[in-house]
Design a protein around this ligand. Structure first.
Ligand SMILES: *Cc1c(COP(=O)(O)O)cnc(C)c1O
Length: 360
């Protein structure tokens, strides 16, 4: 069976080896006679799966015991609320960096809870860059600083980690987590919806510095309290058991790829190939400032937008799926997360060059 290369921004491709393993274990997980989906989350079999996933993630990302690793639900979109509910800790203000569609959503949600100071924004140039740290106007009484290291729709990525001193740095890493090593100790909270680089939809990862927990806003529901989830090992209620298991298989797969150092090398090479194909052509263009181009989401336009539909139809015939750009920006977007094989990028580049020859 030849599976297509799926460039969807999320839910996205999963490694084929992971899907095959899940398939082999579907009806009878390790001689239990049960599918993971049918197991009690409190039984010893499932607990071993859950614990291994957490410890593998901790070793992949080098996460210290100062941090809780939470396997939650509700998507990154719930974190937009959960972050202020937990991190304001008696303060009334938070700093946000506005770099595009997802930042804007985080900002709008935070405004339900506190004063938001937009400390830097790239809206002046259509969100085509990551504002340099020396342009940021941070407030002196902010409870935290929030930014979006990779804007999934605009294809803009911070290739550096901001310095915020004693003020906790919060990162929505939904579309870049696990793409490369990061220094977790520089962050107060890291969160990510799973469906891009972790596993299936329905799971949300939050990595939370423990000293920031336990001071929620009055009226915070239990399900929005990091500390309640941490104290209950993410089993305050029934977690998304199957997605958690599958994420664990992805973590094992990542170890086999050489961990995050190995993944970073592959991801950078994949991205460079695609950007080179775009830059070496007058037919394709990418609007993002070169030093802020995403390794994960690569938007591009055709010189003649009337050809968009033909491009997508022919791409589909070449087994290249879901290349249509986000409805808010048009054009194309290739999302090339960890699970996109390098052969998929090669196939896309070859298709683009051939298409340009015939229509350019
Ligand atoms: C996809 C995405 C989200 C939304 O995630 P949900 O899990 O659907 O809530 C938020 N932020 C970023 C950066 C994303 O890529």
């Amino acid at each position: 069976m030849s599976r297509p290369f799926n460039f969807s921004a999320g839910p996205a491709m999963l490694p084929q080896a992971v899907l095959e393993k899940a398939q082999a274990e579907m009806l009878d997980w390790h001689g239990s006679g049960m599918s993971i989906m049918e197991m009690s989350h409190r039984g010893k079999e499932y607990l071993s799966v859950a614990e291994k996933a957490e410890s593998d993630l901790r070793s992949l990302m080098n996460i210290s015991d100062d941090y809780a690793v939470l396997f939650l639900q509700g998507g990154a979109s719930s974190q937009f609320a959960m972050v202020p509910m937990n991190l304001l800790r008696g303060k009334r203000k938070a700093d946000y960096i506005n770099t595009g569609a997802w930042s804007k959503k985080a900002i709008a949600e935070a405004k339900l809870f506190c004063d938001v100071n937009v400390a830097a924004s790239s809206e002046d140039k259509k969100f085509s860059y990551a504002p340099a740290q020396d342009t940021w106007q941070l407030s002196n009484d902010a409870a935290f600083v929030h930014y979006t290291p990779n804007e999934t729709i605009g294809g803009v990525e911070f290739h550096w980690v901001p310095e915020t001193g004693d003020v906790p740095l919060v990162a929505d890493m939904s579309s870049t987590i696990l793409s490369r090593p990061i220094e977790v100790s520089k962050f107060g909270v890291i969160y990510a919806g799973a469906q891009k680089n972790i596993g299936p939809a329905g799971l949300t990862l939050a990595i939370v510095r423990k000293d920031l927990m336990g001071q929620t806003l009055a009226g915070t529901p239990s399900m929005f309290d990091y500390k309640i989830h941490a104290d209950n090992d993410s089993m305050y209620n029934t977690p998304s058991t199957y997605a958690w298991y599958l994420a664990g298989l992805v973590f094992e797969w990542l170890q086999e790829q050489g961990g995050l150092e190995g993944m970073a090398r592959i991801n950078q090479r994949k991205a460079q190939k695609l950007y080179a194909a775009i830059d070496n052509s007058d037919f394709y263009a990418n609007p993002v400032q070169v030093d802020c181009r995403s390794w994960m989401n690569i938007p591009f336009t055709l010189a003649n937008a009337d050809l968009d539909k033909t491009f997508l139809d022919e791409a589909l015939k070449a087994n290249l799926k879901t290349l249509k750009g986000h409805r808010s920006v048009g054009g194309m977007r290739a999302s090339i997360y960890n699970a996109m094989p390098e052969a998929g990028v090669d196939a896309l580049v070859e298709f683009m060059q051939d298409f340009e020859k015939r229509y350019g």
